[in-house]
Design a protein around this ligand. Structure first.
Ligand SMILES: [Zn+2]
Ligand SMILES: [Zn+2]
Length: 197
C-alpha cells in the first residue's frame, strides 16, 4: 500500500515518499487485447505538502510491462509512466491517507490502446503471415492483379470523363454567351453604314 501519515509532514517542508508497490494491484491480464503482463513492481516517487488541513501530493509512478506489437505480434517490453501525478485530499490532518488506488488509476489510464515494437514496424504479410521485420516472403515478387486492370479501360474512366466535362462546360458557356452578342451587335451596324455610303 502507498500510504502517507499526514502527522509526519512538517509545515512548509515537502515530505518525500518513494518506493515500490506490487504491480498485482493493477489487475493486468495476459488475456486482454493487447495482452498486458507486469514485468516488475510499480515504482513511485511522491512529494506531499500540507495546505492547511488539506494534503497535496505530486510526483511520478511507472511500471514495466510485457505486451505485444499491434502490427507484427512480436513481444514488446515497455514502461507505463505517469510524470505529472497530482492528488488533493481535503481535511486529512493527522490522518493516514492511502494513495494506492489513486496511483493505480493513473497508471491504468496511461496505458495506450496499442503498442508497436518500433515506429516503422513492417507488420506481417497479409497473404502468408510472415513477419516482414525478420525477412521477406515470396508474395511480394508475384505479379498480382494490376496487369488486367491497366490493359482494359474500366467503366471508372468513363465516369471520370463525365464528371470532368460537366463543371468545365457550365462556366464557360455563360461568359461566352454574354460577350458574343455585345461585340457582334455594334460591329455589324457601323459596317452596314459604311457600305451604304
Ligand atoms: Zn511490430
Ligand atoms: Zn507473404
Amino acid at each position: 500500500m502507498i500510504k502517507i501519515n499526514t502527522s509526519h509532514i512538517l509545515p512548509d517542508v515537502p515530505y518525500l515518499l518513494e518506493g515500490t508497490e506490487s504491480s498485482d494491484v493493477l489487475g493486468l491480464s495476459p488475456d486482454a487485447i493487447p495482452p498486458l503482463v507486469p514485468a516488475g513492481d510499480i515504482t513511485y516517487r511522491l512529494s506531499a505538502v500540507m495546505a492547511g488541513a488539506d494534503l497535496v501530493v505530486t510526483g511520478s509512478a511507472s511500471v514495466p510491462i510485457l505486451t505485444s506489437c499491434a502490427r507484427c505480434l512480436d513481444d514488446v517490453r515497455t514502461v507505463i509512466a505517469v510524470r505529472d501525478l497530482c492528488f488533493h485530499f481535503e481535511k486529512v490532518r493527522d490522518l493516514e491517507v492511502d494513495l494506492t488506488d489513486d496511483v493505480r488509476e493513473e497508471l491504468l489510464l496511461a496505458i495506450p490502446s496499442c503498442f508497436y515494437c518500433s515506429p516503422d514496424c513492417k507488420g506481417v504479410c497479409p497473404s502468408c503471415g510472415v513477419n516482414l521485420n525478420h525477412g521477406s516472403c515470396a508474395c511480394a515478387s508475384r505479379p498480382a492483379e494490376p496487369e488486367p486492370d491497366s490493359a482494359a479501360p474500366s467503366p471508372w474512366d468513363q465516369l471520370d470523363a463525365l464528371n470532368l466535362s460537366a463543371p468545365k462546360k457550365a462556366p464557360a458557356k455563360k461568359p461566352a454567351a454574354k460577350q458574343s452578342p455585345a461585340k457582334k451587335a455594334p460591329a455589324k451596324k457601323p459596317a452596314a453604314k459604311k457600305s451604304s455610303r
